[in-house]
Design a protein around this ligand. Structure first.
Ligand code: NAP
Ligand code: GCO
Length: 261
């Protein structure tokens, strides 16, 4: 066993939607492991903010304005990255949204919007990047799944449908492209402290107590909890791991929950 297998030295990693949040943490960990970082966001101002935030961490990241649901923008961005760096070794489909609306009150257009970003976009971006990975003889794709890849709950029907689909898209990419030395796996974060979950963590929100009771460690996850697992799945140390969803949830999926006192 050579510990260099965990290194990302010389690799080029594209993390989608990574101006902040989980994507930013994963990209920062990849940089610490030696990778060159590429990220995108929808708005130039966010890309600029992201570049500045990476710079503060000592990371020279390349940022692109790209809406991951727009196939033309994705193909153009993929080509721009390949023109600049010559390859994409690692792709993390991180960009995502959630709408917390009871299903009977959710418009079909709102349902479609969540599916578009959280499921169609990983398909679009993976489809754009895989040909270059085949040419290079290797590639790593990591899809950011969720507890909702396995569980449902009130108000997140679109998000759970998307993340459940993303689990199966992960397994299908693994099945279809494993012969080209491409490994496609998922990370299923538990409940993590990011802007996306901020509404759930406001003081007094019973959901906050609920999640603490459902998590054996009785704490919310931090984006840093995801960094080691992400580096592992992006590195040569995981070359025989394929189609796997690695849940980084503090044990939520294993635990019936703490009984109320
Ligand atoms: P976040 O703080 O809301 O960040 C999401 C990122 O995705 C933002 O940078 C956002 O950019 C970007 N994005 C959204 N739509 C996009 C599009 N169409 N094109 C390009 N970028 C787009 O979310 P997060 O908590 O870091 O979550 C990141 C991923 O982890 C998501 O897939 C989420 O579903 C998943 N996840 C989160 C948790 C959690 O507890 N936080 C747990 C499990 C899974 P804008 O700011 O421009 O919208
Ligand atoms: C919610 C939360 C979750 C987390 C995450 C859990 O409303 O239930 O937003 O969906 O974002 O996906 O893994």
């Amino acid at each position: 066993m050579d510990m260099k297998d965990f290194s990302l030295e010389g690799k080029v990693a594209w993390v989608t939607g990574a101006s902040y949040g989980i994507g930013f943490a994963i990209a920062s960990a990849f940089a610490a492991a030696g990778a060159k970082i590429v990220f995108n966001d929808i708005k130039q101002e966010l890309v600029d903010k992201g570049i500045a935030a990476y710079k503060e961490e000592g990371i020279e990241a390349a940022g692109y304005v790209c809406d991951v649901t727009n196939e033309e923008q994705v193909q153009a961005t993929t080509q721009a990255i390949l023109d600049k760096f010559g390859k994409i070794d690692i792709l993390v489909n991180n960009a995502g949204i959630i709408k917390r609306i009871p299903m009977l009150e959710m418009k079909a257009s709102e349902f479609r919007q969540v599916i578009d970003v959280d499921l169609n976009a990983p398909f679009i971006v993976s489809k754009a990047v895989i040909p270059s990975m085949i040419k290079n003889g290797h590639g790593k794709i990591i899809n950011i799944c969720s507890m909702m890849s396995e569980l449902g709950r009130e108000t997140v029907s679109a998000y759970a449908a998307a993340k459940g689909g993303l689990k199966m898209l992960t397994r299908n990419i693994a099945s279809e492209y494993g012969e080209y030395n491409i490994q496609c796996n998922g990370i299923g974060p538990g409940y993590i402290e990011t802007p996306q979950t901020a509404p759930l963590r406001v003081p007094g929100n019973p959901f906050n107590e609920f999640i603490l009771a459902k998590t054996p460690a009785h704490r919310w996850g931090k984006t840093s909890d995801l960094q080691g697992p992400a580096v592992f799945l992006a590195s040569d140390a995981s070359n025989f791991v394929n189609g796997h969803i690695l849940y980084v949830d503090g044990g939520i999926l294993a635990y019936i929950g703490k009984q109320p006192q």
